[in-house]
Ligand binder design. Sequence first.
Ligand code: GP9
Length: 414
Amino acid sequence: DSNELSPVLNYINEQKTEPNSEMTGVAEGKNVIALSLESTQTFVVDHTVNGEELTPYFNDLKEEGAYFSNFYHQVKQGRTSDSEFLLDNSLYGLNRGAAFFTHSGNEYQATPEVLGEKGYFTSTMHANDETFWNRNVMYDSLGYDEYFSKKDYDVTEEKSYGWGYLDEYFFSDSLDKMEQMEQPFYNKMITLTNHHPFTLPEDKKLIEEGNTSSETLNRYFQTIRYQDEALKQFVEEFKKSELYDDTILVIYGDHFGISENHKQAMGEYLDKDINDYEQFQLQRVPLLILGEGINPQENDTVGGQVDLRPTLMNLLGVDDKNPVQFGQDLFSEDRREMMITRDGNFANEKYVGVNGNCYERESGDPVEGEACAPGFKQAEEELALSDSVVYGDLLRYLDEIEMIEEKDSSSDKK
Ligand code: GP9
């Protein structure tokens, strides 16, 4: 019954911090585009290969908004779907398998549902088969009004490669769709081209391959560069459209593209030894929030995808009644600086704890003793609580709790 939620709610209440009140409602009533960039890691930002920038457009664009440089993905086996789960629920994905498959029958009170109640039209755009990651089923549970999948795009052989519809066409078709859309809308867009094995048609390669010992990494540089060009075309068109003034754009990387298996090549590229600490830091993904009222800044708070929902809801000024969220507003001055990975590792303001070892977060110097013990303990506790919600389908009790609270507050008034 609803008592099962008590440990979760107690924990969350203990952690609670106030969102940044200056940012509350700066984007009230605006459209939201949450743009998920496939396999995009922070290490590509402001980096070059053979003297060529990997993300020239994003490097400039990030100066126009709030750019988060210590933002991490928190996904596990559910990859992109886990990042969507984190974004829309502010809950962790599972340690095994993908919640999108195993727990699509749960009750949720996800972002689309909450925004839907505020009059938003909610959708996802992704030019893959609608059943991939069980999205067609899960999106209904999350409360999306519509899913624009492969069948809704003009997917022809000439415009496809590798995993499917090339990003440049996905972006231009998607912008057309958004221009027709009922407003305000919340629309998640998910790119596809920068996906393992990172291949491209010859005429789409804008830079030379890399020259590390990993062919995968060498090609990744090219697909990242391609994605950046597609992003440029999209954002430039978007800026010219009528949508621009009424929309905030949240761009983030969904997860790593280069796995641990390519450590050596990563080390050659970055010119350092990739130990556990460096491998952990490579799990940072870019996050950029752009829109009127959001001052350009580089924000180095330690955060992760679990923080996206509360951050967004604060910008929109939406009173999100769902108390079961593990994230916190990324703009908040007194937020807890803590990011927990699905493996039970963590980063906080001072330390990074990985595989039982402890490092200074900024220098990577090993730390002896128990400095990381509280962090590991908290990571374990928080993941277990999140799991209890998902495995126990505990959000189905939220309505009950809201009713109890309403009764309490009305009897207070008497
Ligand atoms: C597939 C796309 C990629 O539709 O979202 O999924 P991934 O393999 O990155 O999880």
